[in-house]
Design a protein around this ligand. Structure first.
Ligand code: UD1
Length: 426
Protein backbone atom coordinates (compact mmCIF):
# COMPACT_ATOMS: atom_id res chain seq x y z
CA UNK A 1 0.00 0.00 0.00
CA UNK A 2 1.36 3.47 -0.90
CA UNK A 3 2.45 5.89 1.78
CA UNK A 4 3.49 9.53 1.74
CA UNK A 5 6.67 10.83 3.34
CA UNK A 6 7.00 14.51 4.25
CA UNK A 7 9.99 16.37 5.68
CA UNK A 8 8.57 19.45 7.33
CA UNK A 9 9.91 22.97 7.55
CA UNK A 10 10.10 24.11 3.94
CA UNK A 11 8.09 27.25 3.10
CA UNK A 12 5.91 27.02 -0.02
CA UNK A 13 6.49 29.25 -3.03
CA UNK A 14 4.94 29.24 -6.49
CA UNK A 15 1.66 28.23 -7.99
CA UNK A 16 -0.85 25.45 -7.35
CA UNK A 17 -3.55 24.80 -9.94
CA UNK A 18 -6.91 23.94 -8.35
CA UNK A 19 -8.78 21.00 -9.87
CA UNK A 20 -12.46 20.57 -10.57
CA UNK A 21 -14.53 19.78 -7.48
CA UNK A 22 -14.99 16.12 -6.57
CA UNK A 23 -18.27 16.91 -4.83
CA UNK A 24 -19.60 18.59 -7.96
CA UNK A 25 -18.25 16.01 -10.42
CA UNK A 26 -19.97 13.05 -8.71
CA UNK A 27 -23.58 14.35 -8.86
CA UNK A 28 -22.93 15.80 -12.34
CA UNK A 29 -21.86 12.36 -13.54
CA UNK A 30 -25.03 10.82 -12.03
CA UNK A 31 -27.08 13.42 -13.94
CA UNK A 32 -26.15 11.74 -17.25
CA UNK A 33 -28.71 9.06 -16.33
CA UNK A 34 -31.47 11.61 -16.91
CA UNK A 35 -31.02 11.77 -20.68
CA UNK A 36 -30.59 9.44 -23.62
CA UNK A 37 -28.25 12.01 -25.16
CA UNK A 38 -24.58 12.57 -24.23
CA UNK A 39 -23.54 14.73 -21.28
CA UNK A 40 -20.06 16.18 -21.75
CA UNK A 41 -18.27 17.21 -18.58
CA UNK A 42 -14.98 19.12 -18.63
CA UNK A 43 -12.59 20.10 -15.82
CA UNK A 44 -13.22 16.67 -14.27
CA UNK A 45 -10.60 15.76 -11.64
CA UNK A 46 -8.88 12.38 -11.95
CA UNK A 47 -9.72 10.85 -8.59
CA UNK A 48 -10.50 7.40 -7.23
CA UNK A 49 -14.11 8.49 -6.45
CA UNK A 50 -14.62 9.67 -10.02
CA UNK A 51 -13.41 6.28 -11.26
CA UNK A 52 -15.80 4.53 -8.83
CA UNK A 53 -18.72 6.61 -10.12
CA UNK A 54 -17.75 5.82 -13.72
CA UNK A 55 -17.62 2.10 -12.84
CA UNK A 56 -21.08 2.30 -11.31
CA UNK A 57 -22.49 4.14 -14.33
CA UNK A 58 -20.86 1.52 -16.58
CA UNK A 59 -22.72 -1.21 -14.67
CA UNK A 60 -25.96 0.65 -15.39
CA UNK A 61 -25.25 0.73 -19.15
CA UNK A 62 -23.71 4.20 -19.52
CA UNK A 63 -20.96 4.46 -22.14
CA UNK A 64 -18.08 6.67 -21.07
CA UNK A 65 -15.41 8.31 -23.14
CA UNK A 66 -12.64 9.74 -20.93
CA UNK A 67 -9.89 12.05 -22.12
CA UNK A 68 -7.44 13.01 -19.34
CA UNK A 69 -6.09 16.55 -18.97
CA UNK A 70 -2.60 17.05 -20.44
CA UNK A 71 -1.18 19.11 -17.56
CA UNK A 72 -1.55 19.17 -13.76
CA UNK A 73 -4.01 22.05 -14.00
CA UNK A 74 -6.14 20.81 -16.86
CA UNK A 75 -9.04 18.58 -15.90
CA UNK A 76 -10.25 15.62 -17.89
CA UNK A 77 -13.20 15.45 -20.25
CA UNK A 78 -15.93 12.86 -19.87
CA UNK A 79 -18.60 12.16 -22.45
CA UNK A 80 -21.25 10.07 -20.69
CA UNK A 81 -24.09 8.61 -22.71
CA UNK A 82 -26.98 6.79 -21.07
CA UNK A 83 -28.77 5.94 -24.34
CA UNK A 84 -30.00 2.54 -23.10
CA UNK A 85 -29.87 1.61 -19.44
CA UNK A 86 -29.00 -2.05 -18.93
CA UNK A 87 -29.45 -2.16 -15.15
CA UNK A 88 -30.90 -0.26 -12.20
CA UNK A 89 -28.86 -1.76 -9.33
CA UNK A 90 -26.03 -0.07 -7.42
CA UNK A 91 -24.19 -2.89 -5.65
CA UNK A 92 -23.04 -2.93 -2.04
CA UNK A 93 -19.41 -3.25 -3.16
CA UNK A 94 -19.48 0.15 -4.84
CA UNK A 95 -21.80 2.05 -2.47
CA UNK A 96 -19.76 0.81 0.50
CA UNK A 97 -16.66 2.46 -0.99
CA UNK A 98 -18.34 5.71 -1.89
CA UNK A 99 -21.50 7.05 -0.30
CA UNK A 100 -22.11 9.45 -3.19
CA UNK A 101 -23.14 6.38 -5.25
CA UNK A 102 -26.52 6.86 -3.59
CA UNK A 103 -26.98 9.84 -5.93
CA UNK A 104 -27.99 7.49 -8.75
CA UNK A 105 -31.25 6.66 -6.91
CA UNK A 106 -33.18 9.80 -7.93
CA UNK A 107 -32.12 9.85 -11.61
CA UNK A 108 -32.66 6.10 -12.01
CA UNK A 109 -36.13 6.03 -10.54
CA UNK A 110 -37.38 8.95 -12.59
CA UNK A 111 -35.76 7.71 -15.81
CA UNK A 112 -36.33 3.95 -15.51
CA UNK A 113 -39.11 3.72 -12.90
CA UNK A 114 -36.92 1.58 -10.66
CA UNK A 115 -33.73 1.77 -8.61
CA UNK A 116 -32.14 -0.75 -6.28
CA UNK A 117 -29.36 0.86 -4.30
CA UNK A 118 -27.40 -0.63 -1.45
CA UNK A 119 -27.65 1.19 1.87
CA UNK A 120 -24.29 2.91 2.44
CA UNK A 121 -23.76 1.25 5.82
CA UNK A 122 -21.28 2.37 8.47
CA UNK A 123 -19.03 5.29 7.79
CA UNK A 124 -15.95 6.58 9.55
CA UNK A 125 -17.48 10.01 10.18
CA UNK A 126 -20.78 9.11 11.78
CA UNK A 127 -24.01 7.30 11.02
CA UNK A 128 -24.83 9.33 7.86
CA UNK A 129 -28.26 7.87 7.10
CA UNK A 130 -30.12 8.33 3.79
CA UNK A 131 -33.59 8.78 5.30
CA UNK A 132 -33.97 12.32 3.90
CA UNK A 133 -33.22 11.13 0.35
CA UNK A 134 -35.85 8.41 0.69
CA UNK A 135 -38.53 10.61 2.28
CA UNK A 136 -38.15 13.09 -0.56
CA UNK A 137 -38.45 10.40 -3.23
CA UNK A 138 -41.54 9.08 -1.44
CA UNK A 139 -43.03 12.57 -1.41
CA UNK A 140 -42.53 12.60 -5.19
CA UNK A 141 -44.64 9.44 -5.39
CA UNK A 142 -42.04 6.65 -5.31
CA UNK A 143 -42.56 3.50 -3.27
CA UNK A 144 -39.61 2.66 -1.07
CA UNK A 145 -38.94 -0.76 0.47
CA UNK A 146 -35.90 -2.15 2.23
CA UNK A 147 -34.76 -5.63 1.29
CA UNK A 148 -31.58 -7.38 2.38
CA UNK A 149 -29.58 -4.20 2.84
CA UNK A 150 -30.87 -2.66 -0.37
CA UNK A 151 -33.35 0.16 -0.86
CA UNK A 152 -35.77 -0.51 -3.68
CA UNK A 153 -37.36 2.63 -5.05
CA UNK A 154 -40.14 2.13 -7.58
CA UNK A 155 -42.25 4.56 -9.60
CA UNK A 156 -43.43 2.64 -12.66
CA UNK A 157 -45.77 5.48 -13.66
CA UNK A 158 -43.20 8.22 -13.10
CA UNK A 159 -42.89 10.81 -10.33
CA UNK A 160 -45.14 13.74 -9.52
CA UNK A 161 -43.99 17.15 -8.26
CA UNK A 162 -44.47 17.92 -4.56
CA UNK A 163 -43.47 20.34 -1.80
CA UNK A 164 -40.59 18.93 0.20
CA UNK A 165 -39.27 20.56 3.33
CA UNK A 166 -36.04 19.14 4.70
CA UNK A 167 -35.77 19.19 8.51
CA UNK A 168 -32.01 19.66 8.26
CA UNK A 169 -29.79 20.81 5.41
CA UNK A 170 -28.49 17.88 3.38
CA UNK A 171 -26.33 18.31 0.30
CA UNK A 172 -26.88 14.79 -1.05
CA UNK A 173 -30.64 14.72 -0.38
CA UNK A 174 -31.06 18.09 -2.11
CA UNK A 175 -29.13 16.79 -5.14
CA UNK A 176 -31.04 13.51 -5.36
CA UNK A 177 -34.37 15.33 -5.07
CA UNK A 178 -33.39 17.96 -7.64
CA UNK A 179 -32.37 15.31 -10.17
CA UNK A 180 -35.60 13.36 -9.65
CA UNK A 181 -37.77 16.50 -9.77
CA UNK A 182 -36.54 17.73 -13.16
CA UNK A 183 -38.36 14.86 -14.89
CA UNK A 184 -41.31 14.61 -12.46
CA UNK A 185 -44.74 15.82 -13.64
CA UNK A 186 -45.58 19.34 -12.45
CA UNK A 187 -43.94 21.56 -9.87
CA UNK A 188 -41.60 20.60 -7.05
CA UNK A 189 -40.60 23.02 -4.30
CA UNK A 190 -37.59 22.10 -2.18
CA UNK A 191 -37.58 24.03 1.10
CA UNK A 192 -34.50 24.25 3.33
CA UNK A 193 -32.45 23.15 0.33
CA UNK A 194 -28.67 23.06 0.66
CA UNK A 195 -26.97 26.14 -0.81
CA UNK A 196 -23.53 24.64 -1.43
CA UNK A 197 -21.92 25.82 -4.70
CA UNK A 198 -21.99 22.19 -5.91
CA UNK A 199 -25.83 22.30 -5.89
CA UNK A 200 -25.73 25.44 -7.98
CA UNK A 201 -23.30 23.74 -10.38
CA UNK A 202 -25.55 20.70 -10.71
CA UNK A 203 -28.59 22.93 -11.25
CA UNK A 204 -26.83 24.91 -13.98
CA UNK A 205 -25.87 21.72 -15.79
CA UNK A 206 -29.46 20.43 -15.55
CA UNK A 207 -30.71 23.75 -16.96
CA UNK A 208 -28.23 23.36 -19.86
CA UNK A 209 -29.80 19.92 -20.41
CA UNK A 210 -33.26 21.52 -20.66
CA UNK A 211 -34.49 21.45 -17.04
CA UNK A 212 -36.58 24.31 -15.61
CA UNK A 213 -35.16 25.33 -12.23
CA UNK A 214 -35.25 28.57 -10.26
CA UNK A 215 -33.98 29.61 -6.83
CA UNK A 216 -30.53 27.99 -7.13
CA UNK A 217 -28.20 29.26 -4.44
CA UNK A 218 -31.15 29.95 -2.10
CA UNK A 219 -32.80 27.60 0.36
CA UNK A 220 -35.96 27.39 -1.77
CA UNK A 221 -35.48 25.68 -5.13
CA UNK A 222 -38.42 25.44 -7.53
CA UNK A 223 -38.51 22.94 -10.37
CA UNK A 224 -41.05 22.71 -13.21
CA UNK A 225 -40.85 19.15 -14.53
CA UNK A 226 -40.12 18.57 -18.23
CA UNK A 227 -40.63 15.37 -20.22
CA UNK A 228 -37.06 14.86 -21.39
CA UNK A 229 -33.57 16.31 -21.20
CA UNK A 230 -31.06 16.67 -24.01
CA UNK A 231 -27.31 16.75 -24.67
CA UNK A 232 -25.22 19.43 -22.96
CA UNK A 233 -21.66 20.38 -22.09
CA UNK A 234 -20.68 21.65 -18.65
CA UNK A 235 -17.40 22.55 -16.91
CA UNK A 236 -17.12 21.32 -13.30
CA UNK A 237 -16.63 24.20 -10.86
CA UNK A 238 -13.30 24.57 -8.98
CA UNK A 239 -12.84 22.54 -5.80
CA UNK A 240 -13.40 24.83 -2.81
CA UNK A 241 -12.16 22.20 -0.36
CA UNK A 242 -8.92 21.76 -2.28
CA UNK A 243 -8.64 25.58 -2.43
CA UNK A 244 -9.09 25.88 1.34
CA UNK A 245 -6.73 22.99 2.04
CA UNK A 246 -3.85 24.56 0.07
CA UNK A 247 -4.58 27.98 1.58
CA UNK A 248 -4.19 26.34 5.02
CA UNK A 249 -1.04 24.61 3.77
CA UNK A 250 0.52 28.02 3.08
CA UNK A 251 -0.77 29.25 6.44
CA UNK A 252 0.92 26.41 8.33
CA UNK A 253 4.14 26.12 6.29
CA UNK A 254 4.59 29.83 5.47
CA UNK A 255 5.49 31.22 2.06
CA UNK A 256 3.55 32.67 -0.85
CA UNK A 257 1.48 30.69 -3.31
CA UNK A 258 -0.99 31.58 -6.03
CA UNK A 259 -3.93 29.17 -6.22
CA UNK A 260 -4.98 29.33 -9.86
CA UNK A 261 -8.30 28.47 -11.46
CA UNK A 262 -10.32 29.07 -8.30
CA UNK A 263 -12.54 31.86 -6.94
CA UNK A 264 -12.80 33.73 -3.64
CA UNK A 265 -16.58 33.41 -3.30
CA UNK A 266 -16.26 29.62 -3.10
CA UNK A 267 -14.40 29.88 0.22
CA UNK A 268 -16.24 32.93 1.55
CA UNK A 269 -16.27 31.91 5.22
CA UNK A 270 -12.66 30.78 5.12
CA UNK A 271 -11.15 34.09 4.02
CA UNK A 272 -11.88 36.04 7.25
CA UNK A 273 -10.54 33.07 9.23
CA UNK A 274 -7.28 33.16 7.31
CA UNK A 275 -7.01 36.89 7.86
CA UNK A 276 -7.57 36.45 11.63
CA UNK A 277 -4.83 33.85 11.69
CA UNK A 278 -2.42 36.34 10.14
CA UNK A 279 -2.49 35.19 6.53
CA UNK A 280 -2.73 37.66 3.66
CA UNK A 281 -5.16 36.49 1.00
CA UNK A 282 -6.12 38.44 -2.09
CA UNK A 283 -7.85 37.86 -5.38
CA UNK A 284 -5.71 37.83 -8.51
CA UNK A 285 -6.90 37.65 -12.09
CA UNK A 286 -6.09 33.92 -12.11
CA UNK A 287 -7.37 32.94 -8.65
CA UNK A 288 -6.16 33.71 -5.14
CA UNK A 289 -2.80 34.60 -3.70
CA UNK A 290 -2.01 33.40 -0.16
CA UNK A 291 0.92 34.71 1.85
CA UNK A 292 2.26 34.24 5.37
CA UNK A 293 5.66 35.48 6.46
CA UNK A 294 7.74 33.96 9.28
CA UNK A 295 5.41 35.11 12.10
CA UNK A 296 3.58 32.30 13.93
CA UNK A 297 -0.15 31.88 13.06
CA UNK A 298 -2.58 33.31 15.61
CA UNK A 299 -5.34 31.07 17.03
CA UNK A 300 -8.99 31.54 16.02
CA UNK A 301 -12.25 29.68 16.74
CA UNK A 302 -14.41 27.93 14.14
CA UNK A 303 -17.89 26.36 14.05
CA UNK A 304 -18.73 24.20 11.05
CA UNK A 305 -22.05 24.96 9.33
CA UNK A 306 -23.76 24.38 5.98
CA UNK A 307 -22.72 26.79 3.19
CA UNK A 308 -22.12 29.74 3.43
CA UNK A 309 -20.73 28.75 6.85
CA UNK A 310 -17.35 27.22 7.59
CA UNK A 311 -17.22 23.84 5.77
CA UNK A 312 -17.01 20.63 7.77
CA UNK A 313 -14.74 19.32 5.00
CA UNK A 314 -12.11 21.88 6.09
CA UNK A 315 -12.45 21.34 9.84
CA UNK A 316 -9.60 18.79 10.11
CA UNK A 317 -7.24 20.94 8.02
CA UNK A 318 -8.05 24.03 10.09
CA UNK A 319 -7.36 22.04 13.24
CA UNK A 320 -3.92 21.06 11.91
CA UNK A 321 -3.19 24.76 11.42
CA UNK A 322 -4.38 25.58 14.94
CA UNK A 323 -2.05 22.97 16.50
CA UNK A 324 0.88 25.31 15.77
CA UNK A 325 -0.92 28.64 16.35
CA UNK A 326 -0.20 31.08 19.15
CA UNK A 327 -3.02 30.65 21.69
CA UNK A 328 -6.01 28.37 22.20
CA UNK A 329 -8.69 27.66 19.64
CA UNK A 330 -12.16 26.08 20.00
CA UNK A 331 -13.32 24.15 16.95
CA UNK A 332 -16.93 22.96 17.00
CA UNK A 333 -18.19 20.30 14.57
CA UNK A 334 -21.94 20.67 14.06
CA UNK A 335 -22.52 18.59 10.90
CA UNK A 336 -21.12 15.14 11.68
CA UNK A 337 -21.03 13.56 15.12
CA UNK A 338 -17.80 11.63 14.79
CA UNK A 339 -15.49 13.78 12.79
CA UNK A 340 -12.48 14.06 15.08
CA UNK A 341 -10.70 10.92 13.85
CA UNK A 342 -7.62 12.99 13.02
CA UNK A 343 -7.20 14.08 16.65
CA UNK A 344 -5.38 10.96 17.97
CA UNK A 345 -3.03 11.13 14.97
CA UNK A 346 -2.28 14.84 15.52
CA UNK A 347 -1.61 14.03 19.20
CA UNK A 348 1.04 11.55 18.06
CA UNK A 349 2.77 14.48 16.37
CA UNK A 350 2.89 16.44 19.61
CA UNK A 351 -0.33 18.48 19.28
CA UNK A 352 -2.25 19.56 22.39
CA UNK A 353 -5.95 18.86 21.75
CA UNK A 354 -8.77 18.07 24.15
CA UNK A 355 -12.24 16.95 23.00
CA UNK A 356 -15.32 18.13 24.89
CA UNK A 357 -18.44 16.74 23.17
CA UNK A 358 -18.65 18.31 19.74
CA UNK A 359 -15.79 20.74 20.40
CA UNK A 360 -12.04 20.35 20.13
CA UNK A 361 -9.94 22.67 22.24
CA UNK A 362 -6.59 23.14 20.58
CA UNK A 363 -3.69 24.80 22.33
CA UNK A 364 -0.98 25.66 19.85
CA UNK A 365 2.53 24.26 20.34
CA UNK A 366 5.73 25.86 19.01
CA UNK A 367 6.56 22.91 16.79
CA UNK A 368 4.98 19.56 15.83
CA UNK A 369 7.20 16.50 15.55
CA UNK A 370 7.15 14.14 12.57
CA UNK A 371 5.72 10.67 13.25
CA UNK A 372 4.22 7.71 11.41
CA UNK A 373 0.46 8.37 11.25
CA UNK A 374 -2.58 6.71 9.77
CA UNK A 375 -5.03 8.33 7.36
CA UNK A 376 -8.58 7.58 8.55
CA UNK A 377 -10.80 9.40 6.10
CA UNK A 378 -10.38 11.75 3.20
CA UNK A 379 -10.29 15.15 4.89
CA UNK A 380 -8.54 13.83 8.02
CA UNK A 381 -5.73 12.58 5.79
CA UNK A 382 -5.18 16.00 4.30
CA UNK A 383 -4.91 17.47 7.81
CA UNK A 384 -2.04 15.07 8.49
CA UNK A 385 -0.31 16.26 5.32
CA UNK A 386 -0.60 19.86 6.56
CA UNK A 387 0.71 18.90 10.00
CA UNK A 388 3.61 17.11 8.30
CA UNK A 389 4.51 20.25 6.35
CA UNK A 390 5.04 22.11 9.62
CA UNK A 391 6.58 19.30 11.69
CA UNK A 392 10.19 18.78 12.58
CA UNK A 393 11.62 15.67 10.90
CA UNK A 394 9.80 13.05 8.86
CA UNK A 395 6.07 12.28 8.85
CA UNK A 396 4.93 9.09 7.17
CA UNK A 397 1.25 8.92 6.24
CA UNK A 398 -0.09 5.43 5.77
CA UNK A 399 -3.33 4.42 4.00
CA UNK A 400 -2.93 7.07 1.34
CA UNK A 401 -5.84 5.67 -0.67
CA UNK A 402 -8.09 7.97 1.38
CA UNK A 403 -6.26 10.97 -0.09
CA UNK A 404 -6.48 9.59 -3.61
CA UNK A 405 -10.27 9.61 -3.30
CA UNK A 406 -10.39 13.39 -3.20
CA UNK A 407 -7.07 15.16 -3.92
CA UNK A 408 -5.73 15.10 -7.45
CA UNK A 409 -1.92 14.77 -7.67
CA UNK A 410 -1.47 16.11 -4.14
CA UNK A 411 2.20 15.26 -3.72
CA UNK A 412 3.03 16.61 -7.19
CA UNK A 413 1.20 19.88 -6.54
CA UNK A 414 2.92 20.36 -3.17
CA UNK A 415 6.41 19.36 -4.28
CA UNK A 416 6.21 21.83 -7.18
CA UNK A 417 5.91 24.64 -4.62
CA UNK A 418 8.86 23.40 -2.59
CA UNK A 419 7.42 20.92 -0.08
CA UNK A 420 9.61 17.91 0.60
CA UNK A 421 6.98 15.30 -0.04
CA UNK A 422 7.08 12.00 -1.90
CA UNK A 423 4.92 8.98 -2.45
CA UNK A 424 6.52 5.66 -1.58
CA UNK A 425 5.03 2.63 -3.25
CA UNK A 426 5.08 -0.45 -1.09
C1 UD1 B 1 -21.74 16.03 1.27
C2 UD1 B 1 -20.31 15.99 0.79
C3 UD1 B 1 -19.37 15.82 1.99
C4 UD1 B 1 -19.64 16.91 3.03
C5 UD1 B 1 -21.12 16.98 3.39
C6 UD1 B 1 -21.46 18.15 4.30
C7 UD1 B 1 -20.48 15.02 -1.42
C8 UD1 B 1 -20.22 13.89 -2.33
N1 UD1 B 1 -20.15 14.88 -0.13
O1 UD1 B 1 -22.01 14.78 1.89
O2 UD1 B 1 -18.02 15.91 1.51
O3 UD1 B 1 -18.91 16.62 4.21
O4 UD1 B 1 -21.92 17.11 2.20
O5 UD1 B 1 -21.06 19.35 3.70
O6 UD1 B 1 -20.95 16.08 -1.84
N2 UD1 B 1 -28.25 13.33 6.98
C9 UD1 B 1 -29.33 12.65 7.49
N3 UD1 B 1 -30.15 11.96 6.63
C10 UD1 B 1 -29.93 11.96 5.28
C11 UD1 B 1 -28.84 12.67 4.75
C12 UD1 B 1 -28.01 13.36 5.63
O7 UD1 B 1 -29.55 12.62 8.71
O8 UD1 B 1 -30.72 11.32 4.55
C13 UD1 B 1 -27.35 14.08 7.89
C14 UD1 B 1 -25.91 13.58 7.85
O9 UD1 B 1 -25.71 12.46 8.70
C15 UD1 B 1 -25.15 14.81 8.31
C16 UD1 B 1 -25.98 15.96 7.72
O10 UD1 B 1 -27.26 15.40 7.41
O11 UD1 B 1 -25.17 14.90 9.71
C17 UD1 B 1 -25.40 16.58 6.46
O12 UD1 B 1 -25.10 15.55 5.53
P1 UD1 B 1 -25.20 15.78 3.95
O13 UD1 B 1 -25.20 17.23 3.67
O14 UD1 B 1 -26.29 14.95 3.42
O15 UD1 B 1 -23.81 15.17 3.50
P2 UD1 B 1 -23.52 14.34 2.17
O16 UD1 B 1 -24.39 14.82 1.06
O17 UD1 B 1 -23.49 12.90 2.47
Amino acid sequence: MDRISIRGGAPLKGEIPISGAKNAALPLMAACLLSEEPLTLTNVPKLADVVSMADLLGQLGVSADWRPGRTVGEGGRYVLTAAHLTGTTADYEIVRKMRASFLVAGPLVVRAGHAKVSLPGGCAIGARPVDLHLKALEALGAEVVLEEGYVIVAAPKGLKGARIEFPIVSVGATENTLMAAVLARGETVIENAAREPEIDDLGRCLIAMGAKISGLGTSRIIVQGVTSLHAAEHAVLPDRIETGTYAFAVAIAGGEVELTGTRAELIGAVIPMLEKVGVEIKETNRGLSVHRNGVRPISADANTAPFPGFPTDLQAQFMALMTTADGTSRIRETIFENRFMHVPELLRMGADIRIEGDTAIVTGVERLKGAPVMATDLRASSSLVLAGLAAEGETIINRVYHLDRGFERLEEKLSRVGAQIERQSA
